[in-house]
Design a protein. Structure first.
Length: 706
């Protein structure tokens, strides 16, 4: 009788039970490691389901062997991940990389129909190493769970060693059942050891948390009480409370708040109800100490729930000194109001009704030249050069603004005017409003400011003169620039006619239509033709730039199907790319329309795609089209040689041809990109450029929707 199948059934049953246990605990506890281990046991169960099928059917097919080994690999990865999660560590990257490499080997070996030993050797070696690594994590990192973390770690290591010998002993008939039973035994030790370790760890953490919060309460320097609002009894008091009130903690915990708070029991109950419902959280009370002394306190309180009881926590701050200081400050303000009379700064007390002067100090009398008795009864209009209406309006606005600092012109008793700076602040005495006014004589400062203003005006006149000179010079530069553009345009026109003749006649000579020529003569004539064509392209580019600069190029705006235009330009460049074995990628949104000039935009796209084709010898050239509510974006990118960072600013300069890594310059005139940039600007858009040397370049045409 073979014990292999019963042994497989036993370990399969155990794995199913463990997967159910861990998945149930994950649903309840929401611990990620439990969910990962539940998945691991499911994979392990599936693996033994395949193993049982192989044993009963005596199948040696490659498919079940491959699935079996991949499930072994997945189990090892998941158990290791779960161990790292519980320990609060990040799974090292090499674990994942090694697992992927093993999976790849297993699949390749199965595809090549290698022997079963070679298909499974990598998966079992990885499983052994992963279990040993998980054991080390448990043994070294899960340290607050009593002995169970170490027991689990040792069991994992033993299980890993057992997996290392599995490929070599699996075919030994006498060992296979024993090996499966040993695996089941270790599996249960690890699973339940891990659960016990986790709950021990959780209990240790809860105990630590409780200890920490108890310490925060008991050892806090702040006075703290926990009170039952249903009967106003003190449930718990900390050492700071005992020290502050003068009663021991045991005595405080037998008292109710009516023995401490000076309010009546009904008032205390009402305030506790407000605190329990979170209507208020801060209260000002008078508390009684054991000595009978009454202290002012500020109480911060709120509801808590402990062991099914609804309680209130209270943090008590003694504010007796602060209250006394506030009272003394009020008395000080009243006392020091008498300093009004003795201040060296001129001060007036002005009525809000008619700007009448109700009081003045000696410093004000000295400054104005009137005795205090004369000042009292006068109005601010009597002192100011402004009319009574303006003074009344200023008083009203000062009260509305809550105070002002303004400059006025006042007069002395002899009629001499002088500049003053007035700081006015409204003050309330009962139902009346007054302006507390400090007056500073700023005649000397005002004179200095006038001198500064005159000097500033002189500087402004000089600046205007220099600005006019610069404007004239700038106009001259603009005229010179226009003349340059006209000259370039005329020169380009003059050059095109002879160049076309050179190109035409050299083409006739090269074709042999005017007589037979030698190979060397044909080669020389073709060089003349190529040079003429190159020069014609330069002349055409210069002419285009001159036309753009002079404003001769005008955009003929119409509704354009941008999607179709991009597709047509891509179709035209594709044959040239195919000759170089360069792929053309198109990511073009459909039905994209914009208000623009189709001919100018087509020239821009042709230049950009031609530039990409020229500098891309391998890889891909891509054109993409997207739009949003504001703009249409066309991106032409390539995997060519790119541009060095120090050369990036030069790509839109005229006649610039960037050198490659060998120092050689590219073919072309160096005018395509400058012309494209200026044409896009004529269309109201912009070109954005990005490049990484050795990896390629990207040009983005951004066109406004309107």
């Amino acid at each position: 009788m073979s014990w292999l199948s019963p042994a497989i059934v036993a370990i399969l049953s155990g794995s199913i039970i463990l997967s159910a246990v861990f998945l149930y605990l994950y649903v309840r506890e929401r611990e990620p490691w439990m969910g990962v281990w539940g998945a691991a046991w499911l994979a392990y169960s599936a693996r033994f389901g395949v193993e049982l099928y192989q044993a009963l059917s005596h199948s040696t097919a490659v498919g079940p062997v491959l699935v079996n080994n991949l499930l072994v690999l997945a189990t090892g990865v998941l158990l290791l991940d779960g161990s790292y999660l519980l320990a609060g560590k990040v799974t090292p990257r090499w674990h994942r990389g090694l697992a992927l490499a093993v999976a790849a080997w297993t699949i390749v070996a199965a595809t090549l129909a290698l022997p079963v030993f070679y298909i499974g050797i990598a998966a079992w070696m990885f499983r052994g190493v992963a279990n040993i690594a998980a054991g080390v994590v448990w043994y070294r990192s899960v340290t607050q769970s009593g002995p169970w973390g170490k027991i689990t770690g040792v069991a994992f290591i033993v299980w890993g060693l057992h997996h290392l010998d599995y490929p070599f002993l699996r075919e030994v008939t006498s060992f296979a059942p024993f090996g499966f039973m040993l695996g089941a035994f270790l599996e249960f030790i690890i699973a339940f050891g891990a659960l016990i370790a986790y709950f021990e760890l959780t209990r240790a953490r809860l105990s630590e948390s409780e200890s920490r919060y108890r310490s925060m309460f008991e050892d806090s320097a702040s006075v703290m009480l926990i009170v039952d609002p249903s009967n106003m009894r003190v449930v718990q008091a900390n050492a700071a409370a005992a020290k502050y009130y003068g009663w021991s903690q045991e005595q405080l915990e037998t008292m109710d708040m009516s023995q401490i708070n000076t309010l009546s029991a009904e008032e205390i109950a009402a305030e506790m109800a407000r605190a329990a419902s979170r209507v208020r959280s801060s209260f000002d009370f008078c508390h009684r100490l054991s000595s009978g002394e009454i202290r002012d306190v500020e109480v911060f309180t709120g509801p808590i729930e402990a062991q099914g009881r609804h309680l209130l926590y209270s943090i008590i701050h003694d504010v007796t000194d602060r209250t006394r200081a506030e009272r003394e400050l009020r008395e000080s303000e009243e006392r020091y109001s008498t300093l009004f009379e003795d201040s060296l700064s001129p001060m007036l007390l002005v009525s809000a009704v008619n700007a009448g002067i109700l009081d003045a100090n000696e410093a004000a009398a000295k400054m104005y030249g009137w005795p205090v008795a004369n000042l009292i009864g006068m109005t601010v209009a009597d002192l100011s050069l402004d009319s009574a209406e303006i003074v009344a309006q200023e008083v009203s606005e000062t009260i509305s603004d809550g105070g002002r600092a303004r400059t006025f012109t006042h007069r002395h008793a002899d009629g001499t005017p002088f500049e003053v700076e007035i700081y006015s602040t409204p003050m309330h005495f009962g139902d009346e409003i007054f302006l507390y006014t400090i007056v500073n004589d700023i005649s000397l400062r005002a004179e200095a400011q006038r001198q500064v203003a005159e000097y500033q005006q002189h500087l402004e006149d000089l600046v205007r003169e220099r600005t006019a000179e610069l404007s004239e010079a700038n106009e001259e530069l603009e005229r010179a620039s226009v003349a340059k553009d006209e000259y370039l345009a005329n020169l380009s026109h003059e050059l095109r006619t002879p160049l076309n003749s050179v190109i035409g006649f050299s083409s006739l000579l090269a074709s042999g239509m005017v007589g037979d020529i030698t190979d060397e003569q044909r080669r020389q004539i073709e060089m003349i033709n190529d040079s003429g064509r190159h020069l014609l392209r330069v002349v055409d580019g210069i002419l285009d730039l001159a036309r753009i600069a002079s404003g001769a190029v005008e955009a003929k705006i119409e509704k354009v199907d941008i999607s179709r235009l991009c597709t047509e330009v891509a179709d035209r460049i594709e044959p040239a790319l195919e000759l170089k074995n360069v792929a053309l990628s198109r990511v073009i949104e459909k039905n994209v329309h914009a208000q623009t000039d189709p001919l100018l935009l087509e020239q821009v796209l042709w230049n950009l795609l031609g530039n990409a084709e020229k500098f891309t010898d391998a890889g891909t050239v891509e054109i993409s089209l997207t739009e949003d509510e504001h703009a249409t974006r066309i991106v032409v990118s390539d995997t060519g040689r790119g541009v060095k960072a120090e050369d990036a600013w030069r790509v839109f300069e005229m006649f610039v041809r960037v050198e490659d890594e060998n120092g050689a310059r590219s073919d072309g005139t160096g005018l395509g990109l400058p012309i494209s940039k200026r044409l896009v600007e004529v269309l109201g858009g912009r070109i954005e450029f990005e490049s990484e040397y050795g990896k390629g370049s990207s040009f983005t045409v951004v066109l406004p929707k309107e």
